[in-house]
Write a protein that binds this ligand. Structure first.
Ligand code: IFM
Length: 450
């Protein structure tokens, strides 16, 4: 498998990049698109750094051809993108906006023409605002509307797209959106957050049925979970237990229902005061087997006992003396740890790293070149850990970098850059960074040089 310092990957391993609609598209009121919760949230003063919005973002709605061409230049094999539900159904239910579907159809056809496999995410957080007005994810009806929307997209694209992701990071959608309120819709209500989490999972199961019933080509369905290994801040009993609880809400609350058909008992006891009863049959729907699981890995979590946090009595700490990016500790070993743990404890058919990347304050130099050695180092070290997991017997079939271009990083606005391609947001000029050319070599070699 390895030649000298080159860690080579199994034949057929897929190298990709991942993006999401609201973070790149812009054109929020064009092509018949309706408003989403992120439009509302961004236009609420005080929610986003510097008052920025995704109104224009990376202007991908107008520049998608250039973006697809750049993906081709980098030799990318898979492009994971998301469809904006409010482009397809401006009010989230009923009426379909053909122009929205046309946009994604053009994109998919252009990818296929360049031999880039599309991997379509149905939901990356841009819920149509009218559905939020009717209660959002805490309202059970939203799950049913999501399945209808899945069938609509599958009806148009299911003859050529085979890679499907129902949800991206349902933990973030549920808890950042409805518990901490840092994300849209900005609600702070634990009861609503747990209802949202349950309905997101339920909608995943319902969408799986809808995709299988509608796609003309057999779909290969997964979902993308944000998973972190959780480590205790010290070896005290209190911190060890706090780490178990943190792991319970971050990882097991989603993995257990999907792969074991039940919520973790220790956490159910803990969250009992804020849980609403689960209806019969829901967990069977949620645990409908799917073809693969996507893991979005960025860092690990270090947790300590902290009674000031209700219910969970645990909080995250940032230990000193470690290496950090602008948003998280840099912890490559966690990639190996989470892949092997999920593989050994939950037995998914196979895994794909559906996101991994680093926010770096890049700027092109005077000669116009965008040098980003920290991103290259981060990617090399994390890809090496994917390789290590494969060598240990974990079936990982792909690695998708977040993200092809710099984009709108939610509450951080444009202040955090994750792209392999630099975007000057004042001109929308694209410049491939060193990391982009480096990733191209990784793809060509099907391996990473240490
Ligand atoms: O930009 C986000 C993405 O939308 C979801 N996963 C994490 C990325 C980086 O924060």
């Amino acid at each position: 498998m390895d030649r000298g310092d080159l860690l080579t990957f199994p034949p057929g391993f897929q190298w990709g990049v991942a993006s999401s609609s609201y973070q790149i598209e812009g054109a929020v009121d064009e092509g018949g698109r309706g408003p989403s919760i992120w439009d509302t949230f961004c236009h609420t003063p005080g929610k986003i750094a510097r008052g920025e919005t995704g109104d224009i973002a990376a202007d991908h709605y107008h520049r998608w051809e250039e973006d697809v061409r750049l993906l081709g230049e980098l030799g990318v094999q898979v492009y994971r993108f998301s469809v904006a539900w409010p482009r397809v159904q401006p009010t989230g239910r009923g009426k379909v906006n053909g122009q929205g579907l046309d946009f994604y159809e053009r994109l998919v056809d252009a990818l296929i023409a360049r031999n880039i496999t599309p991997c379509l995410t149905l939901y990356h957080w841009d819920l149509p605002q009218p559905l939020q007005d009717a209660g959002g994810w805490p309202n059970r009806d939203t799950a049913r509307y999501f399945a209808d929307y899945a069938a609509i997209v599958a009806g148009r694209l299911g003859d050529r797209v085979t890679g499907w992701i129902t949800h991206n990071e349902p933990w973030v959608a549920a808890f950042a959106g409805n518990f901490s309120g840092e994300h849209a819709p900005g609600i702070q209500d634990p009861v609503a957050a747990f209802q949202a989490a349950h309905h997101l999972l339920l909608s995943h199961g319902l969408a799986v049925e809808a995709l299988r019933a509608t796609c003309r080509r057999k779909p290969s369905i997964g979902l993308a979970l944000n998973l972190n290994p959780v480590h205790p801040a010290t070896d005290s009993q209190a911190d060890l237990e706090a780490a178990t609880r943190f792991d319970g809400v971050l990882n097991r609350w989603f993995l257990d229902p999907l792969y074991r058909g039940s919520y973790p008992e220790d956490m159910v006891r803990l969250f009992e005061p804020v849980l609403t009863p689960v209806r019969e049959g829901d967990l069977k729907t949620i645990s409908t087997p799917v073809e693969w699981l996507g893991i979005n890995y960025y860092s690990h979590t270090v947790a300590r006992h902290d009674p000031s946090f209700p219910l969970i009595e645990a909080s995250q700490v940032q230990p000193t003396g470690r290496e950090y990016s602008q948003m998280w500790e840099i912890y490559p070993e966690g990639m190996h740890e989470i892949l092997t743990r999920v593989w050994n404890e939950y037995h998914p058919p196979y895994l794909v790293v559906t996101e991994n990347g680093i926010p770096v304050a890049d700027e092109p130099d005077l000669d116009g070149k965008a040098r980003d050695p920290r991103r290259i180092a981060y990617l090399r070290d994390h890809i090496a850990q994917v390789h290590r997991a494969i060598a240990d017997g974990v079936d990982v079939r792909g690695y998708y970098h977040w993200s092809p271009t710099d984009n709108f990083e939610w509450a951080h606005g444009y202040g955090k850059r994750f792209g392999l391609i630099y975007i000057d947001f004042s001109t929308q000029k694209r410049t491939v960074k060193d990391s982009g050319w480096w990733f191209k070599q990784v793809i060509e070699a099907n391996g990473v040089e240490l």
